[in-house]
Design a protein around this ligand. Structure first.
Ligand code: ADP
Ligand code: DP6
Ligand code: CO
Length: 344
């Protein structure tokens, strides 16, 4: 067998946010979520995996630094991959007993609210699946690493169905529309801060599910309608409707963070001034030209249409004169590529 495999995988940024689990171990969410997968040409995780009879232990290096492989999420992903290899009879049993080495790098800030866990685990399980020659769908294995990762396995616009079965077999990601569906759609990422967030997404959503009343309201009364409406907007390429729902859902997610006890604050003053600026720009334009969304971090993801990109970049530079090129990750189209397993 070829015993080194390298894969790249994209991030995805949700427009209907996943926030809260009903099962911590299987990583089953409380609500459906919807996202767009970005092109890997600017933001991606790149992961190499190898296995060899001489390796003495499973090891992982993330951005050049060794991390602990005893992380239960890594263990769960590797165990599930190996059990699929057994079920699919792809690999000799002695090879399955060899240890693995993993090395991964993100070409964008890690743990800063730009979906590194999504790209990272989608990449890791895709690389392991290729190493062990697994043919079946790996999205549900990626979910065991990080919930949002199950969406990064597909391009275009993706829905993660919460499902209701205790074993999680119906908690799956499906594609709403492929990457060719809305070719004018662009994403502009504004890097406000590249440091690691103080409260990880995992810990943050646990605090919110345990303490926020608003989270219960959102799940029962907001997400179901919003999900249906945004899917319709995506299918009809209705930017106005897409943008409004995206912004409202981002705002509600951060309101839930504040409604948590103790409160969790991901957005900074700069994040809030970006929100103000986008609303002013949309009002001034007489139509909704740009939608912002913020994950669990201070960085902004702007969804907009191709012909508005140059104007919006000038606007940001004008409003924030100290921004430098590294604050912009620009020109991203939504999901031109899916996971690329053929780079080596
Ligand atoms: P983010 O907002 O970037 O997704 P999270 O708090 O959800 O932040 O997750 C960050 C964690 O995801 C990291 O501490 C690390 O454990 C994991 N992670 C990030 N990138 C990778 C990667 N390329 N490979 C494996 N794990 C990764
Ligand atoms: C705000 O998938 O990173 O980005 O499942 O615990 O690993 P775990 O959390 P993660 O949470 C993502 C939260 C979010 C919204 C989203 O991506 O839907
Ligand atoms: Co994450």
């Amino acid at each position: 067998m070829s015993n080194i495999v390298t894969v790249i995988a994209p991030v995805n940024i949700a427009v209907i946010k996943y926030w809260g689990k009903r099962d911590e171990k299987l990583i089953l969410p409380l609500n459906d979520s919807v996202s767009a997968t970005f092109d890997t040409s600017v933001m991606c995780a790149k992961t190499s995996v190898s296995t060899h009879p001489d390796f003495v232990e499973d090891q992982i290096w993330l951005n050049g630094k060794e991390e602990s492989f005893s992380n239960p999420r890594l263990q769960n992903c590797l165990r599930e991959i190996k059990s699929r290899a057994v079920a699919e009879k792809t690999i000799a049993e002695d090879v399955l007993s060899w240890k693995v080495h993993v090395s991964s790098e993100n070409n964008f800030p890690t743990a800063a609210g730009l979906a590194s866990s999504a790209a990272g685990y989608a990449c890791l399980v895709s690389a392991l699946a290729k190493l062990y020659k697994i043919k079946s769908d790996v999205s549900s294995i990626a979910r065991l690493g990080s919930g949002s990762a199950c969406r990064s396995v597909y391009g275009g616009f993706v829905r993660w169905h919460a499902g209701s079965k205790p074993d999680g077999s119906d908690s799956i990601a499906t594609q709403i529309a492929d990457s060719n569906h809305w070719p004018e759609m662009r994403v502009l990422v504004l890097v406000v801060g590249n440091t690691q967030k103080k409260v990880s997404s995992t810990v943050g959503m646990k605090i919110s599910s345990e303490t926020s009343e608003l989270l219960k309201h959102r799940i029962q009364h907001c997400v179901p309608q919003r999900t249906e409406r945004i899917i319709e907007a995506i299918k009809n390429k209705d930017f106005y409707k897409f943008a409004e729902i995206t912004m409202k859902d981002s705002n509600q997610f951060h309101a839930i963070c504040l409604d948590s006890y103790p409160p969790i604050v991901y957005m900074t003053d700069i994040s809030h001034s970006i929100v103000d600026l986008i609303h002013k720009y949309n009002d001034f334009s007489g139509e909704t030209k740009v939608a912002y969304t913020f994950d669990a971090g201070s960085n902004a993801c702007l969804y907009l249409l191709k012909h508005d990109v140059p104007k919006v970049i000038s606007l940001i530079k004008y409003a924030f004169p100290s921004t430098s090129p590294e604050n912009f990750i620009t020109g991203l189209s939504v999901a031109k590529e899916e996971i690329n397993t053929d780079i080596l």
